[in-house]
Design a protein around this ligand. Structure first.
Ligand code: AMP
Length: 114
């Protein structure tokens, strides 16, 4: 998608603080971190929202979580814990319509979320 900011990070058209990538998945640090560690894990292929998931996407979605847990270990927060969040549409708090798994850690998380 030409007007998608995360597609532009995937393509290298705009810079991102990239911490992991493979053929299908990219992870980069959030521009406006909400925790001492806050990174986003995205599929390189554009999918707008959770509502657009198809059965064939199941393996790709699993790979987002596998990347998240590997990076969380590299960041030294696998034992202390971390939160994974994927927002959907306006009331879910989604502002960028290219799905992304937020991974936040290195502070105590609260529940319920705001
Ligand atoms: P959401 O509100 O769930 O759609 O999350 C979008 C996230 O993307 C926010 O936490 C933003 O801080 C983050 N973000 C927006 N633009 C960039 C960017 N160019 N690089 C890194 N993170 C970004």
């Amino acid at each position: 998608m030409t007007d998608c900011i995360f597609c532009k990070i995937v393509s290298g058209d705009i810079p991102g603080d990239i911490i992991y990538q493979d053929d299908e998945v990219l992870a980069f640090r959030d521009l406006n971190p909400q925790a001492p560690v806050h990174f986003l894990v995205v599929p390189k292929r554009h999918i707008s929202t959770i509502n657009d998931f198809q059965p064939d996407d199941a393996e790709l979605i699993g790979k987002l979580y596998l990347a998240a847990k590997n990076i969380a270990k590299q960041e030294g927060m696998d034992e202390s814990g971390y939160r994974c969040v994927m927002n959907c549409n306006d009331e879910g708090g989604q502002t960028v319509h290219h799905i992304h798994l937020h991974v936040l850690g290195k502070r105590q998380m609260n529940w319920p979320p705001g």
